[in-house]
Design a protein around this ligand. Structure first.
Ligand SMILES: Cc1cc2nc3c(=O)[nH]c(=O)nc-3n(C[C@H](O)[C@H](O)[C@H](O)COP(=O)(O)OP(=O)(O)OC[C@H]3O[C@@H](n4cnc5c(N)ncnc54)[C@H](O)[C@@H]3O)c2cc1C
Length: 417
C-alpha cells in the first residue's frame, strides 16, 4: 500500500479526509479551485447546525401529492426553476421510489449512524488546533405558529424519536426572555438537547486548512479536470501522481466520478443565506422556523438565516424570490430586529435520491474513492464521512457498515439505495 494521497475538494468532507490521512502519516495533497473557507463552498455558507437529529430523508411517504402543493406555495421552502429539469426528472423519479414507509425508516437508520456522533467527530477533527473555538454545544429549537402546526409535523419528529432523539416542549415565557426579539407569531416550540453549531463556518474551514498545512499537508489551488487511478489532471495539463485519490468535491464531484463510468444521480438542492451583521438581538441557539424551514443561527459575524430548496441548474444565477422568503420569515418571527449590513449567498447541497452520500472505491477505478453527497447534513457528517474515506484509503474498514453508501448502488438497481 502506498502512502501518497490526493484529495479533490477542500470542503468539510475533503479537509477531514486530508487531515485524518495526514495524521496517519500519509503525504497528502489537497486540491481545490479556491481556498478552504471561501464562498464557493457549501461548507462556507451553510446554517452551521450540527444537526445530529436530522435523520428524516427528503423522500417521505406522501411526497408525490405534497410536491405540487409545496412547489405552488410561495411561502414554502421549495422553489422550482425550469433550468436543470433534464437532470431533475430522473432524480425525481428515483426520489419517488424511496418515498415509502419502509425505505424512509431504512434510510433514517443509516442517517442516524452518520449523524449521531457528529459533535464528537467535529471535536476530534478540530482537536488541539485553532478551529475548535468555532464549535458550540447547545439545543436545537424548532419554532411553530401553534401546537397544531407542531402536531402536523409529527411524522418527522417520530422518526427522530425512533433514532433516539426526543424533543421537549419549551416554556414560551422563558424562551421570550432568552430571545427578546422573538415576536408573537411563534406560539409553540420544542427543543432537541445535545446538539451544536459552528459559529463561523468560513473561518472554521480556513482554520482547518491551516491546521492541515501545519501538519505538513500540501494545498494546491487549481481546478481538477480529470481523475484516473493513480493520477489527477489539473487544468493546464499538469499531472499529480497519488496511490489513493479521494473525490470530495461536493456537487462538482459528479462529472469527475461519471467520467470514470459511475452513475451519479445527484443534483444540487440550491440554498441561500442572509447574513445580518450587528443585529440588535439574536436567539441564543440555532432555531428552525418550521413552516418555511428557515434556520436562524447566532454566529460570530451576526445572525444567519439560511434554508430554501431551489431546484435549478447548478450554474444558473441566484434568484431573488428565495431571499425574499428569508426576509419575510425574519420579519414575521423577529419583527423588531434591526442590523447594519448584510450578505446574501447561494450554494449547493449535493443531494442523492436516497438522501445518503456515496462513500467507497469506484468500481473499476482502483484507488479512487468517493466521499460526497452530504445533502442537508453535509456539515454535520462531513468530518465522519472524510474520516471514513481516509480509512478506506488506508485499506481499513470504515467503522459503520458502508454497504448502503456504496458508490455503485445506483448502477446496480437504477434507483434508491
Ligand atoms: C443554505 C444551506 C444551508 C445548509 N445548512 C446546513 C446545516 O446547518 N448543517 C449541515 O450539516 N449542513 C448544511 N448544509 C449542507 C452542507 O453545507 C453541505 O452538504 C456540505 O458543506 C458539503 O460539503 P462538501 O465538502 O461535500 O462540499 P463543498 O463544501 O461544496 O466543497 C467542495 C469543494 O470542492 C471544490 N471543487 C469542486 N470541483 C473541483 C474541481 N474540479 N477542482 C478543484 N476543486 C473543486 C470546490 O471549490 C469546493 O471548495 C447547508 C447547505 C446550504 C446550501
Amino acid at each position: 500500500m502506498g502512502d501518497r494521497a490526493a484529495v479533490v475538494g477542500a470542503g468539510i468532507t475533503g479537509i477531514s479526509a486530508a487531515i485524518w490521512l495526514a495524521r496517519a502519516g500519509w503525504r497528502v495533497t489537497l486540491i481545490d479551485r479556491g481556498r478552504p473557507g471561501e464562498a464557493q463552498q457549501a461548507s462556507y455558507g451553510n446554517a452551521g447546525v450540527l444537526a445530529r437529529s436530522s435523520v428524516v430523508p427528503l423522500a417521505m411517504p406522501g411526497l408525490a401529492w405534497q410536491l405540487p402543493r409545496l412547489a405552488a406555495d410561495p411561502g414554502g421552502p421549495l422553489f422550482l426553476r425550469r433550468s436543470g429539469l433534464g437532470r431533475l426528472i430522473p432524480w425525481g423519479i428515483a426520489l419517488m421510489a424511496n418515498a415509502t414507509e419502509a425505505r424512509a425508516r431504512a434510510i433514517s437508520a443509516v442517517l442516524a449512524r452518520l449523524t449521531t456522533d457528529a459533535i464528537d467527530q467535529h471535536a476530534a477533527l478540530a482537536e488541539g488546533t485553532g478551529p475548535e473555538r468555532h464549535l458550540r454545544r447547545g439545543e436545537w429549537l424548532w419554532l411553530y405558529r401553534d401546537e397544531a402546526a407542531f402536531r402536523r409535523d409529527a411524522r418527522g419528529h417520530a422518526l427522530r424519536q425512533a433514532a433516539g432523539f426526543a424533543c421537549r416542549p419549551c416554556d414560551m415565557a422563558a424562551l421570550g426572555r432568552a430571545d427578546p426579539a422573538l415576536g408573537p407569531a411563534i406560539g409553540h416550540a420544542v427543543a432537541y438537547p445535545d446538539h451544536g453549531w459552528i459559529t463561523d463556518p468560513g473561518a472554521y474551514m480556513a482554520a482547518l486548512g491551516q491546521a492541515f498545512a501545519a501538519r505538513g499537508g500540501q494545498i494546491v489551488t487549481a481546478e481538477v479536470v480529470a481523475v484516473a487511478p493513480g493520477r489527477v489532471t489539473l487544468r493546464g495539463g499538469a499531472e499529480l501522481a497519488a496511490e489513493r485519490i479521494i473525490i470530495a468535491a461536493g456537487i462538482w464531484s459528479r462529472p469527475l466520478a461519471e467520467a470514470l463510468g459511475l452513475r451519479v444521480p445527484m443534483i444540487s438542492e440550491r440554498g441561500y443565506h442572509l447574513m445580518l451583521r450587528n443585529p440588535s438581538a439574536m436567539p441564543p441557539v440555532p432555531c428552525m422556523v418550521a413552516g418555511p424551514r428557515v434556520v436562524a443561527t447566532p454566529m460570530e459575524g451576526g445572525l444567519r438565516l439560511a434554508g430554501i430548496v431551489e431546484l435549478a441548474a447548478t450554474e444558473a444565477p441566484p434568484d431573488e424570490a428565495p431571499v425574499a422568503l428569508l426576509r419575510r420569515t425574519l420579519r414575521q418571527v423577529w419583527p423588531g430586529l434591526v442590523w447594519t449590513d448584510e450578505e446574501v449567498w447561494m450554494g449547493h447541497r449535493p443531494s442523492t435520491p436516497d438522501s445518503l452520500p456515496l462513500l467507497g472505491e469506484i468500481p473499476g477505478a482502483p484507488g479512487v474513492i468517493c466521499a460526497f453527497g452530504g445533502q442537508h447534513v453535509g456539515l454535520t457528517i462531513g468530518p465522519r464521512l472524510g474520516r471514513m474515506a481516509a480509512r478506506i484509503a488506508r485499506g481499513l474498514a470504515p467503522d459503520i457498515d458502508p454497504g448502503p453508501l456504496a458508490p455503485g448502488r445506483f448502477a446496480r438497481r437504477g434507483r434508491g439505495a
